[in-house]
Design a protein around this ligand. Sequence first.
Ligand code: SF4
Length: 396
Amino acid sequence: MGFLTLPTWFAKKPSAARPFKDRSQIRVGIPKVLNIWTTHQFWLGFLMSLGIASENIVFSSDTSEEQGREYGKGRGTVDCCYPVKCISGHYGELIFGLKKKIHILLSPMIHSLPSILHGHVVDTLTCTRVMAGPENIKAGYMKGRDVFNENGIAHVSPFVSLGDRHMVTEQLHSQLKDIFNLDLEETSRAVRDGFTALDAFTEKARNQSRGILDWCAQERKPCILVLARPYHMDTGIGHEIEGDLQAYGYPILWLQYLPGDEDLMKWLFEEDLDSGRIKSPFDIGDVWQSSYSSNTNEIMWGAKVAARCPWITAVVRLSSYECGMDQPTYTPAQKIVEATGTLFFKFGDLDSTKPAGSVRIRVETIVHYMARYSEEIIQRKLARLSPNCPVPRATA
Ligand code: SF4
């Protein structure tokens, strides 16, 4: 079934009543890449609000060498950035690897991101390579012949500013109205439902992180913060390094879901707020002036939180290939974290192959240092903070 037949499904009935648009048979594939890792709930909420059945919304698998080899081979384009190159395999899996074919491959060009720092930084833009990734990878499937057309799949890559919510309805309506037969009103409703789903998920994840900190405080145990970009949650890109550490009994917090509760933030940043060094706990102007890139901003903020939060005794920094966006942040992030004696470990240039041996040795090193120094780090950081700790702590 070619996608050009889709409009005929929704041909208007000769009735004055608003026709019911049955989209329950449409299957949509979404490559699980880049910033989809932190915005997937928006896309689920949006599509389900339009009447797409949940079982017909398909995400590709985690990145793997097999996926790239089997589905992405020969589809490479010019990008040398590993997380972007991987998208070829995800596209191929959705086009060739599913038993039940999809009709639409939805690969949004995300321009800006929702962020806990929104309003406190210059902007919350995505990396330009991330932004352009979908069109770049699409080109690899249009070389010589149009693979999408041959497989009856419509490739849609709406440019969308998820960090600027007031723009999203207009953006998605204008770019998706033909493919989904959308009117403005239902687009607006679907966008609202998408953000409701995303916000609910994010809040739940942040509450769970707060629960981890509460547990650490009560049990006098340390935890580890992962400072990385959203796609490092992909087991084929982040290589589950945090999972290896968790297996030693150390809870893991991801930067993207750090709790931003007012009581906790005011306590951690009290001294900086009182001195006027920052205007709010989410202000990173003291360490990062050109705060336009969302994930970069959050990395710098996460480093500040880690430096202050007593129970985060170690930071694990992940980074892929020779990323130009990450390069300027390496030294400042490390200096911020280490300023309070918090342990800092970096895994840079992560690529396709998991260097299992060296990762194991480094994980053992991290575990050794955590076991040896965590109690001291916790006490030192607690001593720097006011005694009015909002986290219930174990009595000595
Ligand atoms: S942040 Fe760096 S590694 Fe990530 S997509 Fe952009 S250029 Fe590539």
